[in-house]
Ligand binder design. Structure first.
Ligand code: CP
Ligand code: NVA
Length: 285
């Protein structure tokens, strides 16, 4: 909760023209092995606004892309930088960077998790709903990195969470087990059942980055795993709709529902900046 409070404070300061140089002179390396619009721009802008400097490090240019081991990259970058943000495929790569390096490492998305996104999501939910008390969040779609992280976030803040996904596309088994033991999680194949009574609806693409070859199969398997103007009526009247973006209109969400909830969705995108500034201040100051 203290990260979310700091994020709110940083947002307030930015909106009121109050400078915050908490990370003056600090350097953040940003390693990208996958594409990004929000993560890259919000981290780079965020470190700049805090008085620091961000280095965009594409894996196409780094020696890591030519096979230099993560353990060596970690030790080298630790000699130059004050923090690393990495977006990659395997979760282990992030953990190895942290293990072999001596500076904070931030997960900017792996196949397993997208924690920075979920911090921004939680911040946005609290902005709209006032608190997390008694809320039901429903996630419709692939049991992917977003689903894993949303389950973790919801359970930590005592929100009920329902996940509607096709058989075989469930979230990570360990996270599911942990959530069952520590919170209130329902996993169902029924989109309507999951949406019923929801305060927050969330969805994400059917095929994540790196799964491009499965696109056709997934389009078939995920048919109906969509938030639309019919099933949204099963949720509470004041339901929020959220999407981490990029969105595929006509697949996981219809264009009309997306546009009707564009305020929430783009506030959510903006909050990436504030939430990640909070993470950087906490880790790098
Ligand atoms: N939501 C998100 O992480 O967006 P990008 O892939 O554009 O960074
Ligand atoms: N699940 C998506 C999230 C993008 C922000 C992906 O990994 O591509």
């Amino acid at each position: 909760m203290s990260i979310l409070n700091l994020a709110d404070q940083l947002k307030y300061e930015r909106n009121h023209g109050i400078a915050n140089n908490s990370l003056k002179g600090k350097k953040l390396g940003m390693i990208f092995q996958k594409s990004s619009t929000r993560t890259r721009v919000s981290f780079e802008t965020g470190i700049y606004e805090l008085g620091g400097y961000g280095l965009f490090l594409s894996s196409h240019d780094l020696q890591i892309g030519r096979g230099e081991p993560v353990e060596d990259t970690a030790r080298v970058l630790s000699r130059y930088l004050d923090g690393i943000m990495i977006r990659t495929f395997a979760q282990k790569e992030v953990e190895d960077l942290a293990k072999y390096g001596s500076i904070p490492v931030i997960n900017g998305l792996t196949d397993y998790a997208h924690p920075c996104q979920v911090l921004a999501d939680l911040m946005t939910i609290r902005e709209y709903k006032g608190s997390f008390k008694g809320l039901k969040m429903t996630y419709v779609g692939d049991g992917n990195n977003m689903a894993n992280s949303l389950i973790a976030g919801a359970v930590k803040l005592n929100m009920e969470i329902a996940v509607a996904c096709p058989k075989g596309y469930e979230p990570d088994a360990k996270i599911v087990e942990w959530a069952h033991n520590n919170g209130k999680l329902t996993i169902t194949e029924s989109v309507d059942e999951a949406i019923a009574g929801a305060d927050v609806l969330y969805t994400d693409v059917w095929a994540s980055m790196g799964m491009e070859s499965e696109k056709a199969v997934r389009e078939h398997d995920f048919k109906g795993y969509q938030i639309n103007s019919v099933n949204i009526k099963l949720a509470k009247g004041d339901v929020m709709v959220m999407h981490c973006l990029p969105a595929h209109r006509g697949e996981e969400i219809t264009a009309d529902v997306f546009e009707a909830h564009a305020n929430e969705i783009f506030d959510e995108a903006e909050n990436r900046l504030h939430a990640q500034k909070a993470v950087m201040v906490k880790l790098m100051k």
